[in-house]
Ligand binder design. Structure first.
Ligand code: ZN
Length: 305
């Protein structure tokens, strides 16, 4: 083997770097332990995917409590949305959706000639997704199974012979008006698979998540449904896609980290998680937030939208 001074040198350099990295790690850990939860943590979470166009990482995580500049705000003073509500077998839809928020999807997306009702924000996102799928030469995609009332869901559940894809009434995301089943119209199986992959990889750009994958069946309790998309908004859809998290895991990670800051396409988003105390939640000062219930007791504040 040829002696390679450069290699030896770079090995030494690497060893030195590793040493420095370990030292840095120790110092940071100590800092976190000493300063406690009041600091802003820089994250080095590894990406769940590589390639594609988006390689941004979270700029920083907010600590769980004690962040400087937190203001208590009473929940009664806030307009609280439901975009990030977790609906699954454990957490049910508490109230029927305000019908004024529903729009007939038929007017803005292909629905196969059917009336499909959706929350206007979800419809806007799905219309953008459909337009992009066409513009990027993927396929024409159509939207089915939008909003269902409790009664619709109950009827569907009792009529279904195979209940693995149907949730009992009160436990279906379709009752939120934020979810729909999206299918490509493809000329071949290959084209269909390509379109399904594209939808899974690009839906986050429009604030949508692919809610049920076979890989996460143990967490969601639902078999893989490559057609079921749910609106959550940006940057949440980005985060869940980037770090390969279900909504269940995302809420849990927010609860632990307290939130995060990220820049996406030049827009800086701050996401803060808050648990109410005596009707008050703590919000970082000086930012305009959209607040959503998470349906597990906490609230998620998003600024930058
Ligand atoms: Zn569905």
């Amino acid at each position: 083997m040829r002696y390679n001074a450069h290699a030896v040198h770079s090995r030494r350099r690497n060893a030195k770097r590793r040493g420095l990295a370990v030292l840095l790690g120790v110092v940071l850990t100590a800092l976190v332990l000493v300063v406690g939860s009041g600091v802003i943590l820089f994250t080095s979470a590894s990406p769940a995917w590589s390639g594609l166009t988006h390689t941004q990482s979270v700029t920083r995580e907010l600590a769980k409590t004690g962040l400087p500049g937190l203001l208590p705000v009473h929940l009664d003073e806030l307009e609280v949305s439901r975009f990030l509500e977790l609906i699954n077998i454990e957490y049910s839809v508490e109230n029927e959706l305000d019908p004024d928020l529903l729009v007939n999807a038929r007017t803005s997306v292909p629905t196969g000639g059917q009336d499909e009702w959706l929350h206007y924000r979800a419809l806007q996102a799905m219309a953008e997704l459909c337009t992009a799928a066409r513009a990027e030469g993927i396929a024409t995609v159509y939207v089915r199974s939008g909003y269902r009332s409790y009664d619709n869901q109950e009827q569907l559940y009792w009529e279904a012979e195979d209940k693995s894809f149907v949730q009992p009434a009160g436990h279906s995301e379709h009752q939120t008006g934020l979810a729909a089943d999206i299918f490509p119209i493809a000329r071949s199986e290959r084209e269909e698979q390509q379109a399904v992959r594209w939808l899974a990889a690009n839906s986050w750009r429009f604030g949508l998540i692919l809610r049920y994958t076979e890989a996460k069946r143990r967490i969601t309790g639902i078999a893989g449904e490559p057609w079921h998309f749910r609106y959550v908004g940006l940057p949440h859809s980005w985060y869940m896609f980037r770090y390969d998290l279900t909504l269940e895991e995302y809420i849990e990670s927010l609860r632990q980290s307290g939130g995060y800051v990220v820049s996406l396409e030049g827009r800086e988003y701050t996401v803060a998680y808050a648990m109410p105390q005596d009707g008050f939640i703590l919000l970082p000062e000086g930012l305009d937030f959209d607040i959503s219930r998470d349906n597990t007791g906490g609230y998620i504040a998003t600024s930058g939208e």
